[in-house]
Structure formats: structure tokens, C-alpha cells
Design a protein around this ligand. Structure first.
Ligand code: ADP
Ligand code: ASP
Ligand code: MG
Length: 473
């Protein structure tokens, strides 16, 4: 029997019409497990509540009441448009009430407990949308059961950006899901959320529902994962940025992982690893029109062009550390990285010269926890042995492809496309799958579009490749 896991993102469950359409897509594509995101905009409303709590406001302000009213009205309206019974509305009201109590607990919590309450609060978006999707599936005559993801998506306690524990997830999925599947039931569950060892709710970071669905597919040894979203697959560049973006029929896990980690929001970067381990294909398609061709992501692809696609990741920071003492000495880099590791800083790109090192840090890398902030104590420690400079408002623009280290002429075409734009940093060579430019954020879209025009529209993706050098390993 084939086993299909499907994930529906926020826009695919944004209102009653979208939920019913998605439920029909799930039925016609024979989904056995359905993971849903919160309805579009809901997780952002919870993020706003958390920001209000963080701002230190001790009282429940008018804006807080407004957000809760909006959450309640939006979801009750969907329930009513779905012609749901009073039982469904009752469940929604009770979940919103629980979210309200969680918010009050968050306001009063000691600092060390706050993150746990924040994750608890975030989870209500998916808890509510899963009630609505379950109702929609049942209303279409499907034998459906809702199983809460906190039962089987087991994670560590890194609140707001938890790491999944796949061995436990496999065991728990067998326990909580397999019997329902054997009985021919369709399961609806929540994306994005899980729980730690002691049962506290955790979340997998913003956009994490793709990751949840991939973990479920791996745990149940699914035959395929379908990611249903608002675009009919993966394009050569974000189609919202460039109307000349081209549809990609199939690409490899590796290419998709590079695209996702360089900012293509269409897939969460973490969802590729479960797919590689479980060796199941991922289909990305539009829930608005599921018969349109989508994109298959799998182990092998018929074509592996030198340049496959482009992506950008905004909100990057550049830290330059320099010291003339570095010349001819050893240990400078070790000292820098030891200090960064001590403060758990996740370094991205690294470029070095004789007496300085430049590192990029992802300003978004805190899962749901908002923007990355430099720890002043860390800067002080680094300043004891080098001069530290930090720049922001930078964006990483990446060309993604295959065997790029053997692509003769790639640099000439890339640099000549950039004309008058200033390039703050370049990274190439460490990976054969990307060439990255760090540029001022205000120029990033222009640069992306120019590179897209030269490499994709003018077909430089088929660039001449030299035979690879011998590699010793
Ligand atoms: P969902 O809520 O369904 O998870 P997301 O907004 O997270 O949807 O992801 C879908 C969006 O990803 C698209 O609307 C599109 O703007 C964006 N996107 C970014 N890069 C790409 C790309 N290379 N191909 C397709 N979509 C992309
Ligand atoms: N609802 C969560 C978010 O908006 C997770 C997801 O949609 O994937 O980030
Ligand atoms: Mg998404």
C-alpha cells in the first residue's frame, strides 16, 4: 500500500474556500497524513503578541485584546463558512481561551520560563487550523482522525527552534499513527509543533511545517511527500521578485537544499535531510490548481546544469575582525572561532586576508525568536585581541548549480553582469554548488534579476565545464 504525506501551507488554509479546496486536493492525491500550517497571517499575530509581552507591558493592553478578537473572529468565520457544527466552534473558542491563558502566563513568567510559554502560544495557530481541516475532510465523507503532533514529533528543548529527534519520532509515529493508517483512516495533524522530553510544546522555527511533514514521511517510510503551497513548484528564482522566473520540473535534493538554505522560502531547508535519509521524493505544487505541473525533488535529476537557480537571503550581518598581530602568527583564527562558539554564534561565510577575517552571520537564524543580536560581552572579548567592525543591511545573493568549480568563464559572466554595483564579499570554491555575493540590501533584487537574465534567460546555465581536478580523499 502506498503511503502519502501532504502538507498545506498557510495560504492553502487561509479561509473556508481554501480549506475545502485543499481537502479535495488531499483526497484526489490520496494523502494518508495531512500536516497543516496555521491559517495565513496567524503565526504573525502570535509573534505580535510575543513582541508586546517582550516590550515589558505588564497589563493586557487594548492591542492585545484586539489581536485575540481578530484570531477568534477569523477562525469562527471560517468554521461558520464551512457550515461546521457548534462543536467545532466550541473547540476553537476553547483553544483561543487557552491561548489567552498562555499569554497571561507569559506576561507573568520568570525570564527562564518565557521561551516555553512563547512556543506554547505559537502552537495555537496550527492547533486551530487542524480542527478546521479535520472538519473539512469529514464533511467530504472521509474517515478522518486528528492526532496532535505533540504526541509524536519529539524534539530537544531548544524552544523556538527545536531540533527533531528522529529515532523517538519514528517510535512515537508507529505508536500513535500506524494503527489509524492500517484501519484506512486519514490523519490530520499540525505542522510546526512538537514536544520535548517532559511534554512541553516546542516549535521547529518559522516555516517549519515543511520540516514536520518531512519528518512524518521519514518516520512512516512514506512513498512521497506533497508540499502544497501558493506556487506551482520551484522556479529558477522567486517568481514574486522576477516575472521571468522559469519553472523547474525536477531537481536534486542537493540543489533544493542549497536553494532553501540560501533563502528560497518555498521549502524549509531542514526538510531535505529527512527526504535524503528516507529516500522519498518531494513534490511541490499549487493547492490552487493541483493539476498544474509542479516540481519533483529527488535523488537524481535528468539534467544537472551548471547554473540551476538563484536565491537571496536578506538581513545578513558582516563581522570583520582584524589585527596586524595576525601576520605570520598562529592561533588567531582559533581564538576567534573559540569565542564565537562559546557564544553559540552560527557563522555562515568566511573570507580571510593576511590580517583580517570577515564572517557573515544570518540575522534571521533564531527560529521564531526574532532577529539575531550580538552579545556585547562577546564583542568585548573579541576586542581584546582584534579590532571588530559590524555592518548590516546586507543580502546574500547566490547562484546555485552543479560542479560550479569546473565551470570555465562563470566568474567573467557573473562579475560583468554586476556592472556598477558594489560587491562587499564573494564566496566561491568551498562548495561546488554555489557562488555567493554579499551586497547592499537595496541592490539585491536588481543584482538577482541581472544574474537571472544572464545565466538563465540567456542560457548561460549550460556553461562549458572543464573536467574536474583529481580529488584526494
Ligand atoms: P507556505 O505558506 O505554503 O509554506 P511560503 O510562503 O512559505 O508558502 O512559500 C511559498 C513562496 O515561496 C512563494 O509564494 C514564493 O514567493 C516563494 N519562493 C521563493 N523562492 C522561490 C522559488 N525559487 N520558487 C518558487 N517559489 C519561491
Ligand atoms: N505557521 C508557521 C509559520 O508561519 C509554520 C509554517 O507555516 O510552516 O512560520
Ligand atoms: Mg513555507
Amino acid at each position: 500500500m502506498s503511503l502519502i504525506v501532504a502538507k498545506f501551507g498557510g495560504t492553502s488554509v487561509k479561509d473556508a474556500q481554501a480549506i475545502l479546496r485543499s481537502a479535495n486536493v488531499a483526497i484526489s492525491t490520496k494523502a494518508n497524513v495531512i500536516a497543516v500550517s496555521a491559517t495565513a497571517g496567524t503565526t504573525n499575530l502570535f509573534a505580535n503578541l510575543i513582541a508586546i509581552a517582550d516590550s515589558g507591558s505588564a497589563s493586557v493592553s487594548e492591542s492585545v485584546q484586539k489581536i485575540f478578537t481578530q484570531l477568534r473572529d477569523n477562525h469562527l468565520q471560517i468554521a461558520s463558512d464551512l457550515l461546521a457544527t457548534g462543536e467545532v466552534s466550541g473547540k476553537i473558542i476553547s483553544l483561543i481561551d487557552d491561548a489567552r491563558s498562555t499569554f497571561l502566563n507569559l506576561l507573568m513568567a520568570e525570564e527562564k520560563y518565557k521561551k516555553a510559554y512563547q512556543d506554547e502560544l505559537y502552537s495555537y495557530g496550527e492547533r486551530i487550523s487542524s480542527v478546521l481541516m479535520t472538519h473539512a475532510m469529514k464533511s467530504l465523507g472521509i474517515d478522518t482522525v486528528k492526532v496532535d503532533a505533540t504526541n509524536f514529533i519529539k524534539t530537544d528543548s531548544h524552544f523556538l527552534n527545536a531540533s527533531a529527534q528522529i529515532d523517538k519520532i519514528k517510535k512515537m509515529s508507529e505508536f500513535f499513527l500506524r494503527a489509524h493508517l492500517n484501519e484506512g483512516k486519514t490523519i490530520v495533524t499540525q505542522g510546526f509543533i512538537g514536544s520535548n522530553e517532559v511534554g512541553q510544546t516546542t516549535t521547529l522555527g518559522r516555516g517549519g511545517s515543511d520540516y514536520s511533514a518531512a519528518l512524518i514521511a521519514e518516520a512512516l517510510q512514506a512513498n512521497a511527500l506533497y508540499i502544497w503551497t501558493d506556487v506551482n513548484g520551484i522556479y529558477t528564482v522567486d517568481p514574486r521578485i522576477n516575472k521571468n522566473a522559469r519553472h523547474i520540473n525536477e531537481l536534486t535534493y542537493q540543489e533544493a537544499a542549497e536553494l532553501a538554505s540560501f533563502g528560497a522560502k518555498v521549502l524549509h531547508p531542514s526538510c531535505l535531510l529527512p527526504a535524503m535519509r528516507g529516500d522519498f521524493p518531494i513534490f511541490v505544487g499549487s493547492s490552487l490548481d493541483h493539476e498544474q505541473p509542479g516540481t519533483w525533488v529527488k535523488g537524481q535529476s535528468a539534467a544537472t546544469p551548471a547554473i540551476r537557480a538563484l536565491a537571496k537571503r536578506s538581513n545578513q550581518k558582516l563581522m570583520t575582525l582584524s589585527s596586524v598581530k595576525m601576520i605570520g602568527t598562529h592561533g588567531f583564527l582559533a581564538n576567534i572561532f573559540t569565542t564565537l562558539a562559546k557564544y553559540k554564534v552560527n557563522v555562515d561565510l568566511v573570507t580571510t586576508s593576511e590580517c583580517s577575517v570577515a564572517l557573515t552571520l544570518d540575522g534571521n537564524n533564531n527560529g521564531c525568536g526574532g532577529e539575531f543580536m550580538f552579545d556585547q560581552q562577546m564583542i568585548d572579548e573579541l576586542s581584546q585581541f582584534c579590532h571588530v567592525e559590524i555592518e548590516d543591511n546586507l543580502t546574500l545573493v547566490a547562484l546555485i548549480g552543479n560542479n560550479m568549480h569546473t565551470a570555465a568563464g562563470l566568474g567573467t559572466v557573473a562579475f560583468s553582469s554586476l556592472g556598477e554595483f558594489n560587491i562587499r564579499c564573494v564566496s566561491h570554491g568551498a562548495s561546488s554548488h554555489n557562488l555567493c555575493f554579499l551586497v547592499a540590501s537595496q541592490n539585491a533584487d536588481d543584482i538577482l534579476n541581472r544574474l537571472h537574465q544572464r545565466f538563465i534567460e540567456n542560457n548561460f546555465g549550460q556553461i562549458q565545464q572543464e573536467p574536474a581536478h583529481e580529488v584526494f580523499s
